[in-house]
Design a protein around this ligand. Structure first.
Ligand SMILES: [Ca+2]
Length: 465
């Protein structure tokens, strides 16, 4: 009992001592805060004297008294709305204040808080909440959202970073940290232990600078800004062309090495702008990765535009890279045509000014059991000294318009090997038959002929079912 009583008295004594210390600390805090204006007035007076000596500047003070219950306004910043925004300790709780340039004050209660405030790239104000260990966002209209930090972090200074995110110090957490405007927080430990990182700003060099209150250091932080989406290349389909009702493998390279160097987070494909559908990444987290997907069987013979794009970890989306995929039906229709068109000036890329009649004849048809069609194409444009004869066919697609597209290789004037593609319209080109021919990628260099869909003047094109 005697021991217990002694212990109890000791505890009581410690509690009293603790209360007394707390009270002294609060008194000291209040006195310090009361002293701030005196100290500041003194410093301003000194600065004014210096300024006056240097250039005889005149200053005019206009003081705006805050509403009752407000006290100790702290940091102040310019808002995106043309007003000034500030933090303040107050009763019944701390507040974010807004003051117009003519002095109209509005206050927004945030509870026990205290910290810095800055303007974000998203048009909102962002502030640290030291006591609540949160980052707060307030819209110019006063809507507040709060984001929790790990316990023990105690955020202090905050500034807008070069990357469009907000950066802040964690006084007790010994971190600097980033919060995206969507509220995603990443912490970066400060190398010096117990450095008490406090004030932070963006320097004239575009880097972040912060103060280590507990280590007598000023620190520069270089933030690598990644605002570009990854580049997609090597989009390929296997097999190509694809038979109807057959699955195909899609693959592409997604690479962020030259667009910020972040890891690729995801890749997506679309078919004729329908999608996006997510793809598999190998490896799953890397700056350069291979995206793959298995495409569901195509039910309709047609030419499809398959596009792939990637996004990186910071959330940047890259441009689509696309490949045209002919889907053929080996049991579908076939196409025949013969006749004449007028080749317009500009179609013959070797003789651009030459125009005149040209003749064509073709057949393209799948033979049972073969994956590529058999057939023949002849095209003669006498004025351009162009005589094209096909050698082989790669694929034939017949669509319901009705229209047939087929591609293969052949020679110009019996020697120069080129690719060709025919687009043949059976009464479906504004009611006419039409012929469209491209002769490209010639061995002798470049493309040779580029005829847009042109109505047939003699003869016809027939798609046979
Ligand atoms: Ca990037």
């Amino acid at each position: 009992m005697k021991f217990a009583s002694k212990q109890s008295r000791a505890e009581q004594s410690r509690a009293e001592q603790s209360r007394a210390e707390q009270s002294r600390a609060e008194q000291s805090r209040a006195e310090q805060k009361k002293a701030y204006p005196r100290i500041l007035r003194g410093r301003i007076a000194a600065l004014l004297l210096l300024a006056g000596a240097a250039c005889s500047a005149q200053v005019t003070f206009t003081e705006y008294t805050l509403p009752a219950g407000s006290s100790f306004p702290d940091t102040v910043t310019t808002g995106p709305d043309g007003n000034l925004w500030f933090t303040e300790l107050g009763s019944p709780g701390d507040k974010i204040g807004r003051i117009t340039p003519t002095g109209a004050v509005t206050e927004f209660l945030i509870g026990p808080s205290s910290g810095g405030i800055t303007s974000g790239s998203d048009g909102n104000l962002w502030f640290t909440e030291y006591f609540k260990q949160m980052i707060g966002r307030i819209t110019p209209g006063g809507a507040i959202t709060e984001f929790s930090l790990p316990s023990g972090s105690y955020p202090w200074g905050i500034t807008a970073g070069p990357d469009g995110n907000l950066w802040f110090t964690e006084l007790s957490g010994n971190n600097i940290a980033r919060i995206t405007t969507a509220g995603v927080i990443t912490e970066f430990p400060v190398p010096t232990p117990g450095s008490a990182p406090s004030g932070i700003t963006r320097g004239p060099d575009g880097n972040l600078w912060f103060a280590e209150g507990g280590a007598s250091k000023i620190v520069k932080v270089i933030v690598i800004v990644d605002s570009l989406g990854p580049i997609t290349s090597n989009v390929s389909i296997s097999p190509n062309p694809v038979a109807v009702n057959t699955i195909a493998a899609l693959s592409a390279t997604v690479d962020d090495a030259t667009t910020g160097g972040s890891n690729v987070a995801s890749a997506y494909y679309s078919i004729n702008a329908v999608g996006p559908t997510q793809m598999l990444l190998t490896p799953s987290t890397a700056v350069t990765t291979q995206a793959t997907a298995t495409l569901a069987p195509f039910a309709q013979s047609n030419i499809y535009n398959v596009c792939v794009h990637g996004t990186d970890v910071p959330g940047n989306t890259g441009a689509d890279a696309c490949v045209l995929v002919p889907v053929y039906d080996p049991n579908g229709g076939f196409v025949t045509g013969s006749g004449q068109i007028t080749s317009p000036a500009g179609a013959d890329l070797l003789n651009a000014s030459t125009a005149g009649p040209a003749t064509f004849a073709f057949v393209s048809k799948y033979v049972s059991g073969n994956s590529s069609p058999t057939g023949n194409l002849q095209f003669k444009f006498k004025s351009g000294n162009l005589d094209f004869q096909s050698i082989s066919m790669d694929w034939l697609v017949v669509t319901g318009q009705p229209r047939a597209i087929f591609r293969g290789t052949g020679t110009v004037n019996g020697t120069n090997l080129c690719n060709f593609e025919v687009d043949a319209w059976d009464g479906s080109f504004s009611g006419d038959d039409a012929f469209d021919l491209k002769i490209t990628s010639c061995a002798g260099g470049g493309d040779r002929y580029n005829l847009p869909a042109t109505a047939v003047t003699k003869g016809n094109i027939i798609i046979h079912k």
